[in-house]
Write a protein that binds this ligand. Structure first.
Ligand SMILES: [Zn+2]
Length: 207
C-alpha cells in the first residue's frame, strides 16, 4: 500500500497521484480526457486516486479498481521490466509506456457505470482502453503497431474476434486486433464513442 505519501493533485484532470512520477501521470490523464472528448467517450467526471507502486500483486502493469475510483500503476522502470519481451509494448521507452498505460486505466475509470446492454461489457471496455492507449502514443510507436497489424492480419477483424476471452488470455493479441479493427472503421475513433454508448456493440449476452 502507498501509505502516507501526500497526494499530488492534477491541474487538468480529475485525479490525484500518490507516489512517484506524478507530473507524468497528470499529463497522461489529461491526454486521456482530451482523447475521450475527441472520440465521443464521456470523460472521467469524478476524482480518481492514482497510486504509483513498485510492485503489484497480479502480473498487471496497471489496474483500475472497480467501485473504488482508484488506479494502481507500476512505476515506469518496474513496468518496463514487466512487459513481455517480444510483446507490442516492449520497444517503447519506460516513460512512453508508462504514460500510455495511464491512458488505458483512465479510460477504464471513465467507463465504469457507462450504459451496457448486457450484464457486463468487458470486450467493449478493453477495446476502448487499448485503442485510446495506442492513439495516445507518440507517432513512432503508433506507426510501429500499425505496421505490425498490417503484417499480421490479411483479413478484416470481425467483431466476434474481439471477445473477452482473447482480452484475458492474450491481451497483446487483443490489442492488435482492436487496433486493426479500428483502423478499418470509416468513422475512425468515433467508433469507440459509439461502442461505449451502446450504439455499436462488441459484447454479447452471457450464455
Ligand atoms: Zn484493460
Amino acid at each position: 500500500m502507498a501509505a502516507a505519501t501526500d497526494a499530488f493533485p492534477c491541474a487538468e484532470a480529475p485525479a490525484s497521484v500518490h507516489g512517484t512520477n506524478a507530473p507524468a501521470v497528470c499529463s497522461a490523464a489529461a491526454r486521456a480526457q482530451r482523447l475521450m472528448g475527441r472520440c465521443g467517450v464521456p470523460p472521467v467526471d469524478r476524482p480518481i486516486r492514482i497510486d504509483v507502486v513498485d510492485a503489484m500483486e497480479s502480473d498487471c502493469l496497471g489496474r483500475y479498481h472497480c467501485g473504488e475510483d482508484r488506479i494502481e500503476l507500476l512505476a515506469p522502470d518496474a513496468m518496463h521490466d514487466a512487459v513481455t519481451p517480444d510483446g507490442i509494448f516492449a520497444p517503447m521507452t519506460p516513460s512512453t509506456l508508462f504514460e500510455s498505460v495511464v491512458v488505458h486505466e483512465f479510460v477504464h475509470a471513465a467507463m465504469e457505470g457507462h450504459p451496457c446492454p448486457f450484464d457486463a461489457c468487458p470486450a467493449t471496455q478493453e477495446y476502448a482502453a487499448y485503442t485510446l492507449q495506442i492513439l495516445s502514443m507518440p507517432a513512432g510507436d503508433r506507426e510501429r503497431i500499425t505496421k505490425r497489424v498490417e503484417d499480421m492480419f490479411d483479413a478484416p477483424i470481425e467483431d466476434m474476434e474481439l471477445n473477452p476471452f482473447v482480452a484475458m488470455m492474450a491481451p497483446d493479441r487483443f490489442a492488435l486486433k482492436a487496433w486493426a479493427h479500428l483502423l478499418a472503421r470509416e468513422e475512425g475513433c468515433a467508433f469507440v464513442g459509439a461502442a461505449v454508448s451502446g450504439r455499436a456493440t462488441l459484447d454479447a449476452p452471457a450464455l
